[in-house]
Design a protein around this ligand. Sequence first.
Ligand code: SF4
Length: 478
Amino acid sequence: MPGVYIKTYGCQMNERDSEAVAAQLVAKGYTLAPSEHAADVILLNTCSVRDNAEQTALNKMKNLVGTAKKKRPDQILGFLGCMAQSRGQELIDRLPDVDLIIGTQKFHHTAAYLDEILSGRREKIVDTAEEPGSEGTIREHLLNGSAKSKSVTAFVSIMQGCNQYCTFCIVPYTRGEERSRSIEDIVTECRQLASQGVKEITLLGQIVTSYGRRHSPDFEVDGRVRHSVRAGVGEQTSGAHGVTRPTPKSPFVQLLEAVHEIEGLERIRFTSPHPKGYGDDLIEAYARLPKLCESAHIPVQSGSDRVLKLMHRGYTRARFTGIIEKLRRAQPRMGIYTDLIVGFPGETEADFAETLSLCREVEFDNAYIFKYSPRKDTPAATMPGQIPQPVREERNARLLDLFNEIADRKYRRSVGERVQILVEGPSKKNPARMTGRTRCNKIVLFDGSERHRGQLLDVKITRTGSFTLYGDPAIENL
Ligand code: SF4
């Protein structure tokens, strides 16, 4: 059978989509080629979040057309994912040697479309249409083959799309409206993963805290439960004046509770949430559900209320810091991570100073920092006050310096602490070392061996590196 090579750009959602496509292809008898040189089919799963990501994928494809396809004219080339969705046929018009364009709601048709092209029944295929129910099609996993090297962590897609329409973001246009899978469907997938040895699951979506709020018959739009989807959900509590009323648990918290019950599963994480989704029910879940790891990746984007409003984020700096305060009250060791954009249109030096001061105040454990990149057809792309590239670069550098300073201080505080890690496997940079993550989502390297894979191990932190901790297994685990 033909060998397929998939190259992935962008976020964890794209990684997960590529994994599901690869697993579907393997199930249909395709092999996974170890490199593009050995492949009969090369698929680029693309990202549209920044212009840079699009250009990188386009240049890669131009390169493949000019080299690989010249040597092997029968080779099939395709674009998948966000850029395929937003540009569609235009990609084939620009690069006529490309055979296949598959949008974000069509990943599960990849094998069928390849069959049609390889058998000569169709020459080119472009499919970027909407497909009801497509949110439930990213479900197959590749757990890395042999029992010895099996993954102990997995990502599970719980929803697709976003309705927030932040003014800088292309996601609502490339991923569509929010659509959520049912709790039962997600739990079945997680249970299956746990039975295959997976210990940690990360629930994935573009805006996971909005899980189940739209397009689901089980939930009201405001997140209150219409139907109890499993025993124990929506218990009665005593409200004001002694009136009993259902606990306003959001659908997302109900999902966390349901996944939490799965036997064999040790840890739960999720990404990406939205600050608006951090109601008291979710904060309280961190204190109540022991498998829910005490780490939160909450994208704040800016420390200035004026810029947050321009971004259409739907919260203020005070609301954000209030959430962090509550989270730290619920779990004092909570790891807090964020995303930040510098150089958003209209961002003044005073606005940027607000971002710096927010970062000092919160002391994030780490952040993804992005220089604002205008995306076609988003409101921010045509806003007045576009910031020149050198200013964006300079603010980016200052923010990075601040994060290095904070991380240095925070990571050094960890030396001497004893933490629990889940051992994931050998370190990519130095396979002689094993790597794991703390519950707060910090990477720990230690001298271990394959027998530690999948273990929840207590380690003592001995020293720090750049955003990395080094540890020794505590003696009783040896
Ligand atoms: S919430 Fe996230 S995915 Fe949705 S529009 Fe805003 S930045 Fe984009």
